[in-house]
Design a protein around this ligand. Structure first.
Ligand code: CUA
Length: 155
């Protein structure tokens, strides 16, 4: 069967658009770094408890008023559950989920991240003002989603 001229043209345009979008996406992912977290930021969600650094969740001082929080998220809580840092602290949160996708939002700040099983999410926030910062999960994750929260105390 011979294709009509019009069909042929549309076929070429269709394939052209497909290839073009693949090229654009590929360029953004690899050249501009806009893709999802890369291989080095992945983790086996079944083995979070045995995988460094998540085998030791907690708050670690890594420099002058610089902290790293190694955190796991799971239905329906954050580990560690109590975080305390001095005012002015620059805190990098390294997080992963042990089950489903959770959210990490610090009320009153711009910090808002999605934490997915299999991926390591890193986000940094500087806490200039002392106070109690409410952390909530903003991704629906099941029956206890509403209760999933913790606080960060800045002294
Ligand atoms: Cu965890 Cu919603």
């Amino acid at each position: 069967m011979k294709l009509h001229r019009h069909e042929e043209i549309w076929l070429i345009i269709g394939v052209g658009i497909l290839v073009l979008s693949m090229v654009v996406t590929g360029y953004q992912t690899f050249a501009l770094g806009m893709g999802p977290p890369s291989d080095k930021d992945t983790i086996d969600p079944q083995k979070v408890d045995e995988t460094s650094p998540f085998d030791n969740p907690g708050v670690y001082e890594i420099g002058e008023n610089k902290y790293e929080v190694i955190m796991t998220l799971q239905a329906f809580g954050f580990t560690p559950n109590e975080i305390e840092v001095p005012a002015g602290a620059e805190v990098t949160f390294r997080m992963t989920s042990k089950d489903v996708t959770h959210g990490f939002q610090i009320a009153g700040t711009n910090t808002n991240a999605m934490v997915m099983p299999g991926h390591i999410q890193t986000i940094t926030e500087t806490f200039d003002e002392p106070g109690e910062y409410l952390v909530i999960c903003n991704e629906y994750c099941g029956a206890g989603h509403q209760m999933m929260g913790t606080t960060i105390t800045v002294k």
